[in-house]
Design a protein around this ligand. Sequence first.
Ligand code: ACO
Length: 311
Amino acid sequence: MDLIESIKAKARADVKRIVLPEGDEARTIAAAEAIRGEGIAEPVLLTPETIAADAARLERYAQALYELRKAKGLTREQAAKLAADPMYFGMMAVKCGDADGLVSGAVHSTGDMLRPALQIIKTAPGMKLVSSSFLMECPDRSLGENGLLVYADCVVNPCPSAEELAHIAIASADTARTLCGISEPRVALLSFSTKGSARHALVDKVREAAEIAHSLAPNLLLDGEMQFDAAIVPEIGESKAKGSPVAGRANVFVFPDLQAGNIGYKITQRVGTASCFAVLQGLAKPCNDLSRGCSVDDIVNTVAATAVQAH
Ligand code: ACO
């Protein structure tokens, strides 16, 4: 069974309520129908009209949003206006337990979806930050985990510190395990240097991240700093990083910053012809972003993954 089919099967086993705030967008409407048809989740399409017709809930969400953000300067009037926006109404539905997760981004930019998620849903207990994993399925099944590569962070954190990189590495290993069914995540922290082959402050940051991650999760197979070829090609891993627990056979790849990660996933997708989709990790409840160029299938798949994260 390929990755997406296994995620859909897990989603069907325990049907969750997933909010789609872009409820008057054509692909989203078609996706909701497919999601219902396939029994993957219970989709809730939001539009300004459905929200206006739900006055009692709107009032409750406006008050709860005000309470949540008043210390940050949000007024009661601003909260009422924001709560009527489908993105914020959807986030409040998840926050208040009326829905299990949210998927958006067919119309909104990543930042427009991330900001309310970070402000309202916030990080899960024990999590330091929100980040993302891109699940890349490559035609060459010899790569990574039977062709599956987990890339992080390609969406959220522009310039992670060494400590933040360490948290991204650990969260991505967890996503590999729980969502992708990878029983042994092997994490490579990527750089332009392998085990001291180059000297630079940027390399030092990645090495420090590996040390922090190792101290936080001593049982996790993890190594760095490492070049991408040393991480993925067994012979190169053997020659450049002999004795490494992950070199040459990594299945989770942590990029040093958002520029590298975002460029890296798009190269793998476009030149490497990998199919891919992203999930956010570290949020208290699952919310996921779509690309504005997404297809109906992309929305269905992301809703399935969101439902599994809600389990
Ligand atoms: N984890 C947890 N909380 C965070 C994080 C994080 N990584 N980043 C910000 N926050 C919190 C802040 O603590 C703050 O909370 P508070 O208001 O309760 O105090 C809130 O989020 C807003 O923080 P700001 O620093 O004001 O964040 P800002 O609004 O400037 O931006 C954002 C946050 C949207 C995530 C920004 O970092 C961003 O734009 N990232 C890149 C998104 C992007 O464009 N990605 C590439 C395209 S996606 C693609 O190609 C698939």
